[in-house]
Design a protein around this ligand. Sequence first.
Ligand code: 13P
Length: 251
Amino acid sequence: MRKKVIAGNWKMNMLPNEAIDYIQSFAPMVENAEAEVILCVPYTDLFYALLNTQGTNIKIGAQNMHFEETGAYTGEVSGKMLKVVGVEYVIIGHSERRQMFNETDETVNKKIKTAFENELKPIVCVGETLEEREAGKTVEKITTQTRLALEGLNASQVKNTIIAYEPIWAIGTGKTATSEDANNSIKEIRAEIKKIYGEDIANEVIIQYGGSVKSSNAKELFNTSDIDGGLVGGASLKPEEFSKIVKYNEN
Ligand code: 13P
């Protein structure tokens, strides 16, 4: 049985004092949660978030990293830098980074490999645009992105990769994919992993859904056969709302 993994992606929101206040009220709300709880915070909040989640069940992730270890890459942060401060997860290839910061399938693949070299668990985002969806290209897009992201990884690395299926048209728009639709897309991603790595591995990979997840739709989405939790943007910015998503079955 796969565990549900529910991650908040704060994106470029929350100052350190806001992050501390958030965690202090959020931690008691989710302390008995069955799902794994992750907060992916801005770099400048990492230290405060790590300090304030000590002794809780909340794990901390970053939202990006560079694929090189060190060097002349002004403004970038390496996997090792994240690891040594205590970060456990890192989002890689979010559609906002692919669309606005020129991330490609190739850089995504390099970053995943570097994440594993530094014992970070990658949360890898894939998803189709509205045009691709309307042209009937959803499956082709998400299976290709998945295949290229995982290229060259060994079986145990694939097993430890979290994939987040985030249809771009559903991100920040209030338009959620139906649970049936999202579940079907995620089944296609799992089938692609099965083709390359076999059934046992495919059955173990955590595949989340992301795109306008809220407390009112989390229960339906997360109680499907293949959706193993969510990557939550806007609705993760309020502790109470996000705690309801984490404890989706209690709503
Ligand atoms: P929203 O939940 O705000 O739609 O964002 C989804 C997302 O991009 C999470 O990574």
